[in-house]
Ligand binder design. Structure first.
Ligand SMILES: *[C@@H]1O[C@H](CO)[C@@H](O)[C@H](O)[C@H]1NC(C)=O
Ligand SMILES: *[C@@H]1O[C@H](CO)[C@@H](O)[C@H](O)[C@H]1NC(C)=O
Length: 508
C-alpha cells in the first residue's frame, strides 16, 4: 500500500515537472543582438511543450509549435552605426543616456500596442514572465498586472543599477565596471569607476520614474524599484572561466554559453574556401555597429598589409562597400554564419571587436582571439579575453601593421592554440549544460513559490554599509577615550597639587 502511494506520488511529481506552462516573453529593446541571443532558449522552452507568447521586434519567420508572436516590428528604427567611436568618460555617459531614452520609448511602444493591452484586459493567466533586463524595468509592471512571477535574462554583464537590486556589492577594487577596461586598478581608476557607477545609477533612477509614469497611465502598480527586487531569478550569460569569479547571490544563475547553437554545416562555397586553405583560416568580424568604412584608411591598410604577410586565408564579415582586395586571399561577405565558422576546425584565429557574445562563441569553440574593443562592454570583455588566456588585445589607436602581425603570430602559435583548446574544454565542463540549467531554473520559478533573494537587497543603506554599527562602536570608543582623558587629567592635577603642597611644606 505504501509503495503504491509512493509510486503515485512519484508519477504526480513527474507529471508536475513536465506540466506545460503559459509563458509570456517581454523583449522590447530594439537591438537585434538583445533578442537573438535568447533564440535558442525560447525555442527550447517551446520544444519542451511550454506555451510561449513573445512580445518583440523580431517575429519568427518560420513557425514552430507553441510559439506565438506579438510583433512590435516597424514601430522603432533599429539603430545602426549610431554610437560614438572614441572611448571616454563622456562617451560612457552619452551611450547611457541613449539606451535609457530608448528604454523609456520601448515602454511606451509596448503599452500602446493593442495585442499587449488585450493581455491584461482579457485577464490572460500566465504562469511566468521572462524578460530581458537591460535599460528598463517597464516589463515588471506588466508582469505585476498579470500577477505572474518573473525570470530576468541578461545579455551582457551587470549594469550599475543591478548591483543594489540583487544585493551584490560593488567594490571598485575587485568588481568590474561594465563600460571601462578593468585590468589596471590604480586609485585614479577606482575613483573614476565609483563616480561613473553612482552617476549611472542616478540616471537610471530618473529614467525609471518616466517608466513609472507611463505605466501609471494604464494601471496602478507598486514602485518599480520594489518590483525589481521581487524578481525570482536572473539568468546571467557568464561563466568564471571566461569572465572571472564573482560574488553572486543564489537568485543569480550562471548560464554562460547557453545561447551557442549546435553548429550547422557551412554554406557550400564558404566550406570549400575554408577547407582549401592549407594553413588554416583567420576569421574577422567587427560586429554590426563598427563599420570597416568608418575605419581610417591607413588603419585599414595596416590590417590588409599584416594579413598579406600571413600564410592563412581570411574570411571577413564585411560591413562596408564592395570589397576590392585580393579575392583569393580574402573572402568577404556582409553576412556570415559566425558560430558555424568558429566551430570549423580549420579556423585558427578570430580578429574581433570583442563583443560579449563573440567572445563566448570563441571560447566555446576554442578559437584564439585578437580583441580590438571600441565601445560599450567591449573593453571590459577584451580584458577578460586577455586575462583568461583566450587571446590578446590591441587598441584601435595603436594598430599598426607590425603590432598586428605580432599579435597574430602570438595567437597562431601552436602552444597558444593548444592552451585555448584546453580552456575551451574547461568552459564546457559543467555538471549540467548551460541550457539545461537555464530551463531548470525557469521552470523552478513557475513551480515553486520560494524566494532566493539575498537579504542584502532589502536592508537599508546605512545598515548595508554598517554605518550604525560603526557609529555605536565609534561612540563607545570616543566615550572611553574621554573618560580616560578626564581620569588622567584628574590624576595629574591631584599629583600636581600634592607636589605643590609638598614643596610649600618644605619651604615653610
Ligand atoms: C497559448 O498562447 C496563445 C497565444 O498567447 C493563446 O492564444 C493560447 O490560448 C494559449 N494556449 C493555452 C493552452 O493556454
Ligand atoms: C507566494 O508566497 C508569498 C509569501 O510566502 C505569498 O505572499 C504569495 O501570496 C504567494 N503567491 C502565490 C501565488 O501563492
Amino acid at each position: 500500500m505504501v509503495t503504491v502511494r509512493f509510486l503515485f506520488l512519484v508519477i504526480l511529481c513527474q507529471w508536475k515537472s513536465v506540466e506545460s506552462l503559459n509563458i509570456l516573453g517581454i523583449f522590447v529593446y530594439e537591438g537585434p543582438s538583445h533578442f537573438f541571443v535568447f533564440k535558442q532558449y525560447l525555442e527550447k522552452l517551446a520544444e519542451k511543450g511550454h506555451n510561449l507568447t513573445v512580445i518583440s521586434h523580431f517575429p519568427r519567420e518560420e513557425v514552430i509549435p507553441n510559439y506565438h508572436d506579438i510583433s512590435l516590428a516597424g514601430t522603432i528604427k533599429i539603430p545602426q552605426g549610431a554610437m560614438p567611436m572614441e572611448r571616454s568618460f563622456w562617451t560612457i555617459i552619452k551611450i547611457t543616456d541613449y539606451i535609457l531614452a530608448a528604454g523609456n520609448n520601448d515602454c511606451k511602444v509596448m503599452l500602446e500596442n493593442e495585442s499587449v493591452q488585450e493581455l491584461w484586459k482579457s485577464k490572460r493567466k500566465f504562469d511566468l514572465v521572462i524578460m530581458e533586463h537591460f535599460t528598463s524595468d517597464c516589463g515588471l509592471g506588466l508582469a505585476y498586472k498579470l500577477d505572474a512571477p518573473v525570470v530576468q535574462l541578461k545579455t551582457s554583464d551587470f549594469t550599475p543599477w543591478q548591483y543594489g537590486t540583487f544585493g551584490i556589492p560593488f567594490n571598485p577594487s575587485y568588481a568590474p565596471f561594465i563600460m571601462t577596461s578593468n585590468l589596471k586598478s590604480s586609485v585614479y581608476k577606482r575613483v573614476e569607476k565609483t563616480i561613473l557607477h553612482h552617476l549611472l545609477i542616478f540616471k537610471y533612477m530618473n529614467a525609471q520614474k518616466v517608466d513609472q509614469e507611463t505605466l501609471g497611465k494604464y494601471f496602478d502598480i507598486p514602485p518599480l524599484e520594489q518590483l525589481s527586487r521581487e524578481v525570482k531569478f536572473l539568468l546571467l550569460n557568464h561563466n568564471f572561466v571566461l569572465t572571472g569569479s564573482r560574488l553572486l547571490p543564489s537568485n543569480v544563475i550562471e548560464v554562460g554559453g547557453y545561447h551557442v547553437a549546435p553548429p550547422k554545416p557551412l554554406p557550400a562555397d564558404i566550406q570549400k574556401y575554408v577547407e582549401e586553405s592549407k594553413n588554416g583560416v583567420i576569421y574577422i568580424s567587427f560586429g554590426t555597429l563598427l563599420n570597416e568604412a568608418s575605419l581610417p584608411e591607413y588603419k585599414m591598410k595596416a590590417i590588409l598589409d599584416a594579413l598579406a604577410e600571413l600564410p592563412q586565408r581570411v574570411v571577413w564579415k564585411w560591413n562596408g562597400q564592395i570589397f576590392s582586395g585580393d579575392r583569393n586571399k580574402i573572402y568577404a561577405a556582409k553576412w556570415l554564419p559566425q558560430n558555424d565558422l568558429l566551430a570549423h576546425p580549420n579556423v585558427h584565429a578570430f580578429f574581433s571587436h570583442s563583443g560579449h557574445l563573440s567572445a563566448i562563441e570563441a571560447i566555446f569553440h576554442g578559437v584564439p582571439m585578437i580583441a580590438m574593443p571600441v565601445l560599450g562592454d567591449q573593453p571590459a570583455i577584451a580584458d577578460c579575453v586577455e586575462r583568461s588566456g583566450l587571446g590578446v588585445q590591441i587598441a584601435l589607436n595603436e594598430l599598426t601593421k607590425d603590432e598586428l602581425l605580432n599579435k597574430f603570430r602570438t595567437v597562431l602559435a601552436s602552444d597558444f592554440r593548444a592552451r585555448v583548446k584546453s580552456l575551451s574544454r574547461a568552459y564546457s565542463a559543467r555538471p549540467a549544460s548551460a541550457m539545461s540549467s537555464a530551463i531548470f531554473w525557469t521552470e523552478f520559478a513557475a513551480q515553486h513559490n520560494v524566494s532566493a533573494r539575498h537579504p542584502a537587497a532589502d536592508v537599508p543603506l546605512h545598515q548595508y554599509l554598517c554605518l550604525d554599527v560603526i557609529a555605536v562602536i565609534g561612540t563607545f570608543i570616543t566615550i572611553c577615550i574621554l573618560i580616560l582623558w578626564k581620569v588622567l587629567n584628574l590624576l595629574l592635577s591631584f599629583t600636581r597639587k600634592f607636589i605643590n603642597l609638598n614643596v610649600k611644606n618644605k619651604r615653610d
